[in-house]
Design a protein around this ligand. Structure first.
Ligand code: PHE
Length: 346
């Protein structure tokens, strides 16, 4: 029965052709079952051999065995090939000999770090963080803060105005007004945030900068407490060795007003950092860090606080200035250039 032999060889050729196209071990297994499995084509053909004549049987049997072995070998070889390929994928996916890839981690901007540190220092002294918008009206930025209409700060030269008369706040002091408008004493807040002034950028000025405001109002708040608060802040921020001083000054919204200085962080107050001079404090030995004072009763009147009952103090500090002193940055414009190699140092 020559056609049994042809059937077997034909089935083998087809199977080998199909095998070459297969891409997964599951497909190879399926083909094995179809060809060599219990009900597969080759075993079925072998069963039919019983009907062959005695002369034909050995010859066809030999062919059947050859076909079976060829298929088994081809299937096995294909499996090895696929397994080897999948191992290659695994190895290229994870080459343990490659050097590690450095992961660049973002950092807090020095302005944010100093701001957070200030808030933290005052928080330990009982101050709570408050917030206000960058866009303010003239009333909260100036009038309620006892700043007269002819005050130079109100000049178009100094303040960014919107056509509708609103403005970009020139200091964080309007947050004092917002807080006092919305709650009665005692209040003890700090308000960090952005401020804007029409300044030409130079090493110590940028038109958009940051301040932190402080306000404490209660019964019998004294100037001594203001001094103690700033004294403590200076030591926490700049170290125990720093010396402090208070100078009389003027602000429309405080009476009396003071300015708060620390001894120069570069020359240590000697005025001599290099060749008898100090570029940071201009050899004065002192650095100005805050404006402050006792809240003017006119401000309390604007917000409806009882001026007979309450007193308070307020202060304001420039964050860029603090950052420059803290990190020895000589030009605060660097803080705004977004040069990663500069910012990464902090
Ligand atoms: N607002 C003042 C400034 O920007 C600082 C200040 C705040 C002074 C609070 C006194 C009290 O210069």
């Amino acid at each position: 029965m020559p056609n049994l032999k042809e059937t077997l060889e034909g089935a083998r050729d087809e199977a080998l052709e199909a095998l070459a196209e297969l891409t997964s071990e599951d497909e190879v297994e399926a083909l094995r079952i179809r060809m060599l499995g219990r009900k597969g084509i080759v075993p079925a053909a072998m069963k039919e051999m019983g009907s062959l004549s005695a002369e034909e049987r050995p010859e066809v049997g030999k062919v059947a065995n050859i076909v079976k072995n060829q298929l088994q070998d081809a299937l096995q070889a294909k499996l090895h090939e696929l397994q080897a390929a999948s191992r290659t994928v695994a190895v290229t996916g994870l080459d343990v000999t490659l050097p590690g890839r450095r992961r660049r981690i973002g950092l807090k901007h020095p302005i944010s770090r100093v701001m957070d540190e200030c808030v933290e220092i005052f928080r330990r002294q009982g101050f709570i963080a408050a917030d206000g918008p960058d866009i303010e009206n003239e009333y909260r930025n100036f009038d309620a803060l006892n700043t007269p209409a002819d005050h130079p700060a109100r000049d178009l030269q100094d303040t960014f105005y919107f056509p509708d008369g609103r403005l970009l706040r020139t200091h964080t002091s309007p947050v004092q007004i917002r807080v006092m408008e919305s709650q009665s004493p005692p209040v003890r807040i700090v308000a960090p945030g952005r401020c804007y002034r029409r300044d030409t950028p130079d090493p110590s000025h940028v038109p958009n900068f940051h301040q932190i405001e402080g306000l404490y109002v209660a019964e019998n708040v004294s100037l001594a407490e203001l001094k103690g608060t700033l004294y403590n802040f200076a030591h926490e921020m700049f170290g125990k060795d720093v010396k402090t001083r208070f100078r009389p000054h003027f602000f429309p919204f405080t009476e009396p007003s003071i300015e708060f200085d620390i001894s120069c962080v570069k020359c240590g107050g000697t005025g001599d950092a290099e060749n008898g001079r100090c570029p940071l404090c201009k050899s004065s030995g002192w650095l100005e860090v805050a404006g402050a004072g006792m809240v003017d009763p006119a401000v309390f009147e604007a917000v409806g606080y009882d001026t007979e009952k309450y007193t308070g103090f307020a202060f304001g500090m420039g964050i860029e200035r603090l950052a420059a002193l803290h990190y020895a940055i000589t030009d605060i414009r660097l803080l705004y250039e977004n040069n990663v190699r500069f910012l990464e140092q902090f």
